[in-house]
Design a binder for this molecule. Structure first.
Ligand code: PAF
Length: 281
């Protein structure tokens, strides 16, 4: 496994793969990797000849009061984990390498689906993600790119952008990796106290109960209100409980496949989760 820190170095490392038309799979990350990230790499390994993982904490997707400076940078540990799951190349550029010295004048904004859910509390966040992912796509030029369904809104935004801008990349959403008790794996789980860690799986339990209730014919609005009430009763400060279509259009009733979304805080830690509920099965 190689680590490249410059765009030129990465291009040189990929040139023979490109010449021999090998398929390139790409997993963009901000590092501090856990099994959820490693499962993205495992999926890439299954279908691609060459697997590239980027590790880059992207300053432009953090708001002024967010944790850019304190975001954990754990390159050595991440490299060891990536070597074990068959990553071929790590791309770990500096901020200067990615953004250069000149002022950036181009923005990428995927409208409508970035203003609510997590976008409501994080203005500009998804624009920052769209810019860095576009830059990384242009640098790596992958055939396939892998994103976790845990950040479902991000995945939908990237899929929309790739479709709207005719980017020649297939975006693959990988199912959420969960702990045995159902908690969706996230770098943020490490911030939970022991007590909050024990409470946190209630989000997934509430989502699964909601799935059953929907399939038993309960009204969508009642089911969403029940999730909110359950979580509030258990000490969560609920930010949102929402239902959307798979491409994030608003839905009024359970008359099609829906995705249920929850964002809730336990202490200072904000957790997000989602569950896709199919209408047919
Ligand atoms: O999901 C993340 O880790 C980041 O938002 C991404 C896609 C690597 C862009 O910085």
């Amino acid at each position: 496994m190689k680590t490249e820190t410059t765009i030129q170095g990465l291009s040189a490392s990929l040139s023979s793969a490109r010449q021999s038309r090998k398929t390139i799979g790409f997993v963009p990350t901000m590092g501090n990797l856990h099994q959820g990230h490693l499962n993205l790499v495992r999926e890439a390994r299954k279908i691609c000849d060459v697997v590239v993982v980027s590790i880059f904490v992207n300053p432009i997707q953090f708001g002024p009061n967010e944790d850019f400076d304190s975001y954990p940078r754990t390159l050595e540990q991440d490299s060891n984990l990536l070597a074990d799951v068959g990553c071929d190349i790590i791309f770990a550029p500096s901020v200067e390498q990615m953004y250069g010295k000149n002022k950036r004048l181009t923005t990428i904004s995927v409208s409508e689906i970035t203003n609510d859910l997590c976008g409501a509390q994080r203005p500009g966040h998804f624009d920052g993600v769209a810019v860095v992912v576009t830059k990384l796509f242009n640098i790596v030029q992958p055939n396939f790119a892998f994103f976790g369904q845990k950040d479902y809104q991000q995945l939908a935004v990237i899929k929309q952008m790739v479709q709207d801008l005719n980017m020649p990349i297939e975006v693959i959403g990988v199912p959420i990796t969960r702990a045995e008790d159902g908690l969706a794996l996230s770098s943020r789980n490490g911030y939970l106290s022991e007590e909050h860690r024990a409470t946190a799986p209630a989000i997934y339990k509430a989502l699964k109960a909601a799935e059953t209730d929907l399939k038993n014919g309960q009204a969508l609005t009642d089911v969403l209100a029940q999730i909110r009430a359950d979580l509030t009763a258990q000490g969560f400060e609920v930010d949102y409980v929402e239902a959307r279509s798979p491409m994030l259009q608003t839905v009024e009733q359970f008359d099609q496949d829906v995705v249920l979304f929850v964002a809730a805080k336990l202490g200072k830690t904000r957790l997000i989760d989602n569950l896709q509920v199919s209408h047919s099965a």
